[in-house]
Design a protein around this ligand. Sequence first.
Ligand code: ATP
Length: 324
Amino acid sequence: MIEVVDAVKTFTVRRRAGLLRRARTTVRAVDGVSFEVARGEFVGYLGPNGAGKSTTIKMLTGILTPSSGTVRVCGMDPARQRTTLARRIGVVFGQRTTLWWDLPLRDSLALVRRLYRVPAGAHRERLAELTGLLELEPFLDTPVRQLSLGQRMRGDLAAALLHAPDLLVLDEPTIGLDVVSKATVRGFLERLNSERGTTILLTTHDLGDIERLCRRVLVIDHGRLAYDGSLERLRATVDAGRMLVVDLERPGPPVEVPGVAVERVDGPRQWLRLPRSVNAAAVVAALAARYAIADITLREADIEDVLARLYRGDHSYEGDPLAR
Ligand SMILES: Nc1ncnc2c1ncn2[C@@H]1O[C@H](COP(=O)(O)OP(=O)(O)OP(=O)(O)O)[C@@H](O)[C@H]1O
């Protein structure tokens, strides 16, 4: 469905270099990225700010042409065959809407039907289905400008899916949504992928989206692919360790246990990071022998810890992060 081989995208930017002089510098926004996404996959595309995610998506949707390398989506060259490709893919940007601001949602969706030349019968059927799944009925006749963010996002999803695309590309679809709207959108995407078989590429900073939805994640950092595989394997390969939260009877200086670093102290509570190689039971025993302890809890590193270590580059891999 998606094939990216050694894709590079550079931008030339002019920066002030002194009072009157401007120097040209080249930014390698995407710097030799290769990956494939097969039909029916649900893939998360992650990376810190400025890593190159939007630039990749713009190359996949034909908005930008790669400086070198090849990008193919649904067997097409997105930049050259942008209009034909548009009939096969749906794109949703969480930060902006593709709907007509002054029109009621229903009319906006009718215009989308004309743009994509969806036959009237198919449109009716599809609209009825999407209205049910996305719970659009209460606000179908409301102008888009009056919709809440969550309602607008559901409207945008409907607009992107009216022409039944094979691939849906989402850029931050749950940004700014409350927990209930997030749950509706996530539940919908899950069904779209599992029941309809729509391939989905999801860019997000919301790790809840990724944990709930994506069987595979791609992590991009400084324009290069830093990881490609499952979330479980990412957890296992990037040793973010476990966190031991110790409540002392009284506040005190950081505890001292060989091989363990105290990351944070807040009154009587201290956070100790345990690498995988350290036996937690032995640490607990050593602490109990030397300090007066009120409570101890052991927590697995969560996905935020794992990614923070991957982005900072201070992880230790057990194996090749790109070997899936
Ligand atoms: N049109 C442009 N001209 C110059 N530089 C650009 C342009 N678009 C992106 N860049 C630069 O390319 C790099 C990658 O940007 P990109 O928007 O792809 O990152 P991102 O991963 O989507 O970030 P974010 O999570 O903040 O949205 C950044 O350094 C950015 O400043």
